[in-house]
Design a protein around this ligand. Sequence first.
Ligand SMILES: CC(C)(COP(=O)(O)OP(=O)(O)OC[C@H]1O[C@@H](n2cnc3c(N)ncnc32)[C@H](O)[C@@H]1OP(=O)(O)O)[C@@H](O)C(=O)NCCC(=O)NCCS
Length: 181
Amino acid sequence: MTLSSDITIRTLNAVEAEARLGELADILVDAVVHGASVNFMAGFAHDEGRAFWARQLPSIAEGMTHLHVGEAEGRLIGTALLMYAHQPNAPHRADVGKMLVHSSARRRGLGRRLLSAVEAAAAAAGRTLLLLDTESGSAGDRLYRSCGWIEVGRVPDHAFRPDGRLAETTMFYKRVGAAAG
Ligand SMILES: CC(C)(COP(=O)(O)OP(=O)(O)OC[C@H]1O[C@@H](n2cnc3c(N)ncnc32)[C@H](O)[C@@H]1OP(=O)(O)O)[C@@H](O)C(=O)NCCC(=O)NCCS
């Protein structure tokens, strides 16, 4: 078992991310296989996972998206995206997405560490208002609440789960950096 202290959290630049599209896809496919509602349906293929991550590369190269990863023994086991809002009236805002920890590495604190790294990076960049959403009652929902995220509200029937059932989504926000406290 990999100890939390043996896991490195860092960002990947676009060149590094492109070289590791296969591992990134592994994590996304694993999440869908285990029933996570992360935009994709059952049967989600590895090639589609690679394509998803490849679509993030231009924004990562542009500096508008930061890809945080957890790595243990040279292998990626977790991801989190910090995506800056593009709108001229939202230079203080960012979205968080694809908070994923491989099923073999869960409940050892990696999700919390990735989220904390994302929040610190956002604050350092002056992005003081963070937004995300997740399936109500999911592991993500529990993680965000335990890390001080505030529920905005719930939308019934917002998205299909991989198994084809419609599920409710909860929207969250968190103030970080100068805007926190
Ligand atoms: C959500 C997810 C990233 C959490 O990662 P993780 O590394 O297991 O989380 P952590 O070990 O850091 O958990 C931190 C806290 O979150 C809460 N939590 C996390 N998973 C939980 C679960 N399955 N049930 C209840 N609480 C949970 C707990 O409070 C936990 O603290 P504790 O272990 O001391 O009780 C992981 O379960 C995952 O990848 N799920 C599938 C993808 C997904 O749904 N992502 C979120 C939406 S994009």
